[in-house]
Write a protein that binds this ligand. Structure first.
Ligand code: GTP
Ligand code: MG
Length: 428
């Protein structure tokens, strides 16, 4: 997981200086909180986009004006391809083609926490080229931040170098991004090093990406975030919801497997196979929260939540009523106890809080009732695994737990007792 420092180091020195001024203007406690948030940010483009999606809702209300980020570079380097990865609405998509000169005019769209401008190629040739270059330069002038994009195959020659120097005179913060790195194979380090040298940058100050394959585009997003503390603040505030959404996926999958396990003709009292599925789930959730624990520890935790007992009691209670096929009851209880355990684990990792027995019981009861209602029409005959898993996932996606994080919105200051939080990324 990159730290604030690592990210800062990936920017050209003059930009680092500019951003340092921005960050140093913050009160030191706030700065430290914001800087520590970077550790929790994902390092995968899709996950970063999920976090931005969650963050942008409140960002709209908290801060009116969005930073303007312009993508500038020679023709055909992949500016529009990168732009299409950053925008939120499909309707804002830019045309991409192998022909240089595809983009003829600036195009601006919302990218959630900032707005992004796609520009025509800025390496003027002929009269048309001049006009396009003017457009690109005016976008650069109006922007708060520049993504200067080059092509790994074309490299940086005289024209590219001149463009770079010209952009630098605008004195805007910027990053240098080398696109199409997928085309250079194992030489990628060497190629990027060469480009860095030509631009008089350190090798780590050139960010290699493949816009086409959506590789390393998260680094571009992180660099943009770095330019604006309010973006970092919004992302940080969205972290609990983000972690919950990832955990939810793990939980739903474990819950549907639990339902299938409960179909096997073991006495339901025997929770052994269930606890294994649940332990793997707790381990998965721990990773999402960057806790480095073993399966054995996850199993211990899973048992601590006491959901096995809650499930057994509920089973005895509900089976007295009759009228519910046994398999339906087993499957519903096995799933709901798994979901509630996942929830309890997330609450534990998020803020080190152990939910009360009462909370766990009432959650399990409510969820069981909902699942019973949705499984009942399957009748007395046990369905096949796929049907059951599908049905469980569908019913769970309708519950309020699926969307609302329902978890505290402050990141934990201290890891829960007995756990060690690692800086290393364990997501994905
Ligand atoms: N292999 C590879 N091809 C890419 C990558 N990014 C873009 N391309 C391709 O490069 C060509 C140009 O991409 P565009 O996004 O249109 O480039 P542009 O910089 O917007 O081009 P203009 O608008 O003409 O200035 C297209 O064929 C893309 O599919 C990449 O990361 N790897
Ligand atoms: Mg284009």
């Amino acid at each position: 997981m990159p730290t604030f420092r690592d990210l800062l180091d990936s920017l050209p020195s003059d930009t680092q200086e500019m951003l340092r001024t921005v960050w140093e203007s913050l009160p030191s406690t706030e700065r430290e909180i914001l800087q520590s948030m970077f550790k929790g940010f994902p390092n995968e483009a899709n996950l970063m986009r999920l976090l931005i999606n969650l963050a942008q809702v409140q960002f709209k209300y908290a801060f009116g004006k969005k930073q303007k980020v312009a993508i500038i570079g020679p023709a055909n380097v992949g500016k529009s391809t990168l732009y299409n990865h950053l925008i939120r609405l499909k309707t804002d998509r830019a045309e991409v083609s192998p022909l240089p000169g595809t983009t003829r005019a600036n195009q601006t769209a919302d990218a959630g926490l900032f707005s992004v401008v796609d520009t025509p190629g800025a390496d003027a040739v002929g009269e048309v080229g001049e006009r396009e270059k003017e457009q690109a330069m005016s976008a650069a002038q109006e922007a708060d931040f520049l993504i200067i994009l080059f092509d790994a195959i074309q490299g940086v020659k005289r024209t590219e170098h001149d463009l770079f120097e010209e952009l630098k005179t605008l004195e805007k913060p910027y990053i240098v991004v080398l696109n199409k790195i997928d085309l250079v194979g194992k030489d990628s380090k060497k190629v990027a090093g060469h480009v860095a040298e030509n631009l008089q940058l350190k090798p780590e100050q050139v960010i290699s990406i493949s816009a086409k394959e959506d590789r390393n585009t998260d680094k571009v997003l992180m660099a943009v975030a770095l330019t604006e503390p309010s973006i970092v603040a919004s992302l940080g505030r969205a972290l609990p919801a983000y972690r919950w959404q990832l955990s939810w996926r793990v939980i739903v999958s474990a819950a549907s497997i639990s339902a299938v396990i409960a179909l096997t003709p073991l006495p339901f009292i025997d929770f052994i196979p269930l606890i294994t599925t649940q332990s793997v789930m707790v381990l998965g959730i721990a990773r999402i929260y960057s806790y480095n624990i073993t399966l054995a520890r996850a199993r211990e935790l899973a048992i601590t939540f006491g959901l096995g007992f809650v499930g057994r009691t509920l089973f005895q209670e509900l089976s007295k009523f009759g009228g519910i096929p046994g398999w339906v009851l087993s499957a519903a209880i096995a799933s709901s106890t798994t979901v509630v355990m996942g929830y309890a684990a997330a609450a534990w990792f998020e803020k080190g809080e152990k939910l009360s027995g009462e909370t766990l019981r009432s959650m399990t009861r409510n969820l069981t009732t909902a699942l019973l209602a949705s499984l009942r029409d399957l009748g007395k005959n046990v369905p096949n695994k796929e049907t059951l898993q599908q049905r469980i996932s569908e019913s769970l996606s309708k519950t309020s737990l699926s969307k609302s994080p329902a978890l505290p919105d402050v990141p934990p200051e201290e890891p829960p007792p007995g756990e060690s939080q690692t800086a290393e990324d364990t997501h994905g």
